[in-house]
Design a protein around this ligand. Sequence first.
Ligand SMILES: Cc1cc2nc3c(=O)[nH]c(=O)nc-3n(C[C@H](O)[C@H](O)[C@H](O)COP(=O)(O)OP(=O)(O)OC[C@H]3O[C@@H](n4cnc5c(N)ncnc54)[C@H](O)[C@@H]3O)c2cc1C
Length: 339
Amino acid sequence: MKIAVVGGGVVGLSTTVELIRLGHDVTCLEAGEPMGERSAGDTRIFRLAHAYPDMVELAGRARRLFPEGCVDGAGTVVSGDGVESWASAMAAAGATHEIVAAGSRSLRLPATDIAGPILVDPAGGVIRVDRLRTHLIGIAHRHLRRARVDLLERAGDRVRIWSPDGPEEFDTALICAGAETSGLAAGVGIMTPPALEHHVRFSFPIRPEAPRPLRCWITLGGFGTYQHSSAAGTWAVGADVDPVLVSWAGGREAAEQASRDAVTAYVARELPFVEPRVVGQLYCTHNPDLSDGLQFVRSGPILTIYGENFMKFAPLLGAMLAEALIDGSTPPDAGPGAR
Ligand SMILES: Cc1cc2nc3c(=O)[nH]c(=O)nc-3n(C[C@H](O)[C@H](O)[C@H](O)COP(=O)(O)OP(=O)(O)OC[C@H]3O[C@@H](n4cnc5c(N)ncnc54)[C@H](O)[C@@H]3O)c2cc1C
């Protein structure tokens, strides 16, 4: 089959690699740098822990498919409002987990004063995005084409894709263009949530006296955060900053400043083992109407995926999407949007 993958982020590249493995004629059309938008940066959090048993089960399948050395064994901790329902979801999916009391030595976090109950997900850890990127591009590079897709349209049973190179027909196509998915999909009648907001993750130096190796950490509720070890000796922190301060209309610069102030204040207040001094930052667009969850929509030969936090599922998504492109099916939704 002649297959187009629109977008060379981690989802598009993982799907391309799987289609190459299965022997198909696949072209991945990427407007800019492969894995240079939402998949940029060197690290992410992997976790089995989710609020929904189907997501826990899918994360377990994904974990087994990551290439060697791409996820470390640090473990992930989840604390805050709603931890009990995450623990129930893990229990329902048969995933190993532990509920520990505040102050437990097994936590290995850069904070000391953590309200319980606290969930430990021993299969979690840091995803080495730098290694995953090298692995995927190493296999897919001959199938990657630098081109911005302007439009997809149905051409009978096939798909016509318009780019500055002109129109080209394919048997089937996947739209996985991150922030641009919604606009491209709307052109073929697939409606996905279009809203965007700004999001920034910041890195801070870890103090020498911090316990090691630190686990990844998700705090739920109010000023929710995600945190993990990132580039050598640094601790990356992203947070649910007041939506008004990171709104699309407010602009990127204002959102970056407001996020920096809010996250730095949090680090100074809550993390005694981290210096409240920003040494790095990673910007991306985020859809405020989506959270953990996988959603798939098909219109004839065109398949679309949307959702958030895809990195931890990347190799599984590659396998699921490749199979669906080949047999014309639509993978089942998972998480909060599952029907
Ligand atoms: C700061 C930050 C922290 C995160 N933390 C986590 C985490 O801890 N765990 C986790 O699992 N996930 C996390 N995520 C989310 C995860 O990284 C993303 O969900 C994932 O990388 C999205 O991959 P993608 O391929 O869907 O999108 P992208 O990586 O954005 O790829 C889409 C690609 O499509 C290209 N494109 C767009 N429009 C066009 C067009 N018209 N024509 C051709 N190409 C086009 C873009 O250039 C881009 O390369 C985080 C994301 C960020 C930014």
